[in-house]
Each structure stands twice: as structure tokens, then as C-alpha cells.
Design a protein around this ligand. Structure first.
Ligand SMILES: [Ca+2]
Ligand SMILES: [Ca+2]
Length: 137
């Protein structure tokens, strides 16, 4: 884990770079799909849902204090990903919903940089790395 500064523009740039976004999503999906069946179960998705850090920007829930509430939110997030409600998330669903969530997150952030603790290999971390690399190039 590392602490990174990011703003809405970092995320939007990442989403606009379709090639980078698609390959990151593909890699991430493969990492999360620990039993390699091409689908993400709730258990497999949990790590990603935690990595999305949607709570700070989206829900404003104090997650430390209420694990029951946290589990409910994760479950409702999972259902949000599972568009056809078959109990598993495929790559297309994963891609679509990740994009939506990141856009919503970018909207919420606006131009004010936010400090976040990001997990290695999380999508947000990849967005930040991509932005750094572009600036450096
Ligand atoms: Ca799986
Ligand atoms: Ca599904």
C-alpha cells in the first residue's frame, strides 16, 4: 500500500486512454479471478471493492465503526457490478461498472487533489502511475 495524491483529472485521463484502461482492467480481472473460471465471485470481488475506496468519496460511511454496514455496502456494490444478476461478474460487467464508478469518483473529487491510501495493483493506483509516467515522458 502507498499514499498517493490524485484528483478527478488523473482518473478521467486514465479512462480516456482506452488501451491503457482495457489492459489494466484485463490484468486486474485475471488477478482477482483466483480460480481462473473467467468470472468473479463475491469473494473474489471483495478485494477489489475494498480497493476502490468508494466510501470516502461516495458514501461517507465510517467503515471502521460498523462492519455490518460495511458488509451490506459491499454486497450492494457487488450487485451493481453483476448487471445480469447471475451471481458472478464477467469481464464486460467488470469493465463497464469500474468505468462508471471511476467516473462518479472523478466527478465527486473535481479538481481538488485528494490523498488516498492505495493498494498495489488496484485500478486507482494504476491510474496514478499512468499519470506520473505521462508527466515524466
Ligand atoms: Ca473466479
Ligand atoms: Ca453477471
Amino acid at each position: 500500500m502507498s499514499v498517493e495524491i490524485l484528483d478527478g483529472a488523473t482518473i478521467v485521463h486514465f479512462l480516456e486512454d482506452e488501451e491503457a484502461f482495457n489492459s489494466s482492467i484485463g490484468n486486474r480481472f485475471a488477478q482477482l479471478d483466483t480460480n481462473n473460471d473467467g468470472l468473479l465471485s463475491y469473494e473474489e470481488m471483495l478485494k477489489e471493492l475494498q480497493g476502490l475506496r468508494v466510501f470516502e468519496t461516495h458514501y461517507g460511511i465510517d467503515v471502521e465503526s460498523d462492519p455490518g454496514e460495511l458488509a451490506r455496502v459491499y454486497q450492494s456494490l457487488f450487485v451493481q457490478f453483476d448487471h445480469n444478476l447471475n451471481g458472478a461478474v464477467d469481464l464486460e460487467e467488470f469493465k463497464k461498472e469500474t468505468k462508471q464508478m471511476m467516473l462518479a469518483m472523478a466527478d465527486g473529487m473535481g479538481f481538488l487533489p485528494v490523498q488516498m491510501v492505495l493498494e498495489e495493483d488496484s485500478i486507482l493506483k494504476l491510474a496514478v502511475e499512468r499519470e506520473y509516467n505521462n508527466v515524466a515522458a
